[in-house]
Design a protein around this ligand. Structure first.
Ligand code: GRF
Length: 232
């Protein structure tokens, strides 16, 4: 049994790619990316999905009612039997009806340490510009459950990344993104395993984070975190 996962992305989809690459490296994956959804017809993420032979769907949001979008999204998710959703650079608010149907089964990655530097309009370079303008010395990605507001749901994992003297928003974004690519696939894997009932999720605390994890795989996340610091 493998859990069908959906990834929602509006843009480049490098996190989607990291999830696909990590999945390919697993000996016995308990989940698979079954569906990729984008609100942008020309998103590179859709192209990545097609190249990987994964079902992809352009689901327009702009100018439509939340009711319509929710209905189409839910029927699409049901038709693919999706059990877990990872938002990876998806810039639209998820309709409340979809949030309700996937509560604690839908996560998002944000490129700063929430609850700082998040919320409506805080995406892309704006996040890293705000981090630099505030003079913060530490930043890093946050993975959190999705609720009815942007970037507000309960935090699952965070990974501290240093802000260096002389950083531009672009150098900082690149440093954070490298860490996102290590962290996000592992979080998806933890949920895939837990939801496939391979293990019971247990609270776990790597540096500065609350993490729902399978106890036998926490070592993997810790090793990845250590490797991430060593690379920096
Ligand atoms: C990432 O920085 C992610 O944290 C944010 O949007 C960006 C998506 O990048 N939510 P990509 O499309 O995965 O390359």
């Amino acid at each position: 049994m493998s859990l069908p996962v959906a990834v929602f992305a509006s843009g480049s989809g490098s996190n989607l790619q990291a999830i696909l690459d990590y999945h390919a490296s697993l000996a016995a994956p308990r989940w698979r990316v079954e569906l990729v959804v984008s609100d942008q017809g020309d998103a590179k993420a859709l192209e990545r999905a097609r190249r990987a032979g994964i079902r992809s769907r352009f689901l327009p949001v702009s100018g439509r009612s939340s009711r319509d979008v929710a209905g189409e999204t839910l029927s699409l998710l049901r038709s693919a039997d999706i059990g877990f959703i990872a938002l990876a650079g998806y810039l639209r608010l998820i309709p409340a009806r979809v949030v309700g149907a996937f509560r604690e089964r839908m996560v998002n990655i944000h490129p700063a340490l929430l609850p700082a530097f998040g919320g409506k309009g805080m995406y892309g370079m704006r996040v890293h510009e705000a981090v630099l303008a505030a003079g913060a010395r530490v930043t890093g990605p946050t993975v959190h459950f999705v609720d009815e507001e942007y970037d507000r749901g309960p935090i699952i994992a965070q990974w501290p990344v240093p802000v260096r003297t002389g950083d531009s928003p672009h150098t900082l974004a690149a440093r954070v993104l490298r860490v996102e690519h290590l962290l996000y696939p592992r979080v998806v894997d933890q949920f895939g395993r837990a939801l496939a009932r391979e293990c019971r999720p247990t609270p776990f605390s790597p540096p500065g984070a609350a993490f729902l994890a399978c106890s036998q795989t926490t070592g993997d996340v810790e090793r990845a975190i250590t490797a991430g610091f060593a690379q920096d």
